[in-house]
Ligand binder design. Structure first.
Ligand SMILES: Nc1ncnc2c1ncn2[C@@H]1O[C@H](COP(=O)(O)OP(=O)(O)O)[C@@H](O)[C@H]1O
Ligand SMILES: [Mg+2]
Length: 242
């Protein structure tokens, strides 16, 4: 029998047809909308019950349930992005500026998790014709994975995430390097497969989205990893020639 996972992977493979993809996007958006409303109600009531649970020393039940609701919302959001037809809203912007903006978003988390984020960006502007929101989503997915890989490895040394840019020929290269847990050979083999995840609460959608978005920008995404040492992801994007 075909599992859900296989069925959905096949759907994804076969949906090269734009019309089917658009239908799927509409269905998913409708479903997401319907599911989110009751979730918001459940969340509201849980927050109301929480103080009463605290009184009887059972606050953790509410916290876990609230956490799970956030998780469902995240999965719906990832799924919507996966089936959404590509946007043509591209503008010419500097990749370095986008990286500086994203690193700011992670200032708090990097202090809490004791992870240093270091950037080495090209001095000259690296202009790319891109959909800013989509490229932002790619970088956020990669940075989130880097954080999780560092937290996962429990090493005594401090965690670091390095984000570097480099211009060479007609391309800009973005490197995201972490000193986290690295990957097993099995993970390397399945890395960009939809729904492949080694995390207990992972959706396995993040890297598939990254791959899809980078392909739509005529770029490439690759990685090198060493078990228990870390991982380096590299994105190559064409520079705007104008
Ligand atoms: N920086 C990284 N270091 C180690 N493993 C990684 C890294 N990035 C991704 N992975 C592996 O790739 C898998 C798929 O990643 P992703 O598609 O983002 O899904 P998720 O994060 O939900 O598991 C992860 O479960 C993890 O095993
Ligand atoms: Mg992820």
């Amino acid at each position: 029998m075909m599992t859900n996972k296989h069925l959905l992977t096949n759907i994804h493979d076969e949906m090269s047809n734009n019309e089917e993809m658009a239908n799927m996007a509409i269905l998913t958006a409708a479903m997401a909308h319907e599911v989110r409303n009751p979730l918001t109600t459940i969340k509201g009531f849980l927050q109301l019950i929480k103080p009463h649970l605290t009184e009887i020393d059972k606050e953790e039940y509410a916290l876990i349930a609230l956490d799970e609701i956030d998780r469902v919302n995240e999965i719906i959001y990832d799924f919507l992005n996966m089936v959404k037809p590509p946007h043509n809203k591209k503008t010419t912007s500097c990749i370095n500026d986008l990286i500086i903006h994203i690193v700011q978003l992670y200032e708090c988390e990097s202090i809490i998790k004791n992870v240093k984020i270091i950037t080495h960006l090209t001095r000259e502007k690296a202009l790319v014709n891109m959909n800013n929101n989509e490229i932002k989503q790619v970088l956020i997915n990669l940075i989130k994975n880097a954080f999780e890989a560092i937290v996962d490895c429990n090493r005594s040394t401090a965690g670091t995430i390095e984000i570097n840019t480099e211009v060479s020929g007609k391309y800009v290269f973005i490197h995201i390097i972490d000193n986290g847990c690295g990957m097993s050979c099995e993970t390397e083999e399945h890395l960009f497969s939809l729904f492949y995840s080694t995390k207990s609460k992972g959706s396995g959608i993040g890297l598939s989205i990254c791959h899809k978005i980078i392909s739509e920008h005529l770029g490439q995404i690759s990685f090198i990893t060493t078990k228990n040492a870390g991982t380096k992801f590299t994105i190559r994007l064409p520079l705007d020639q104008k």
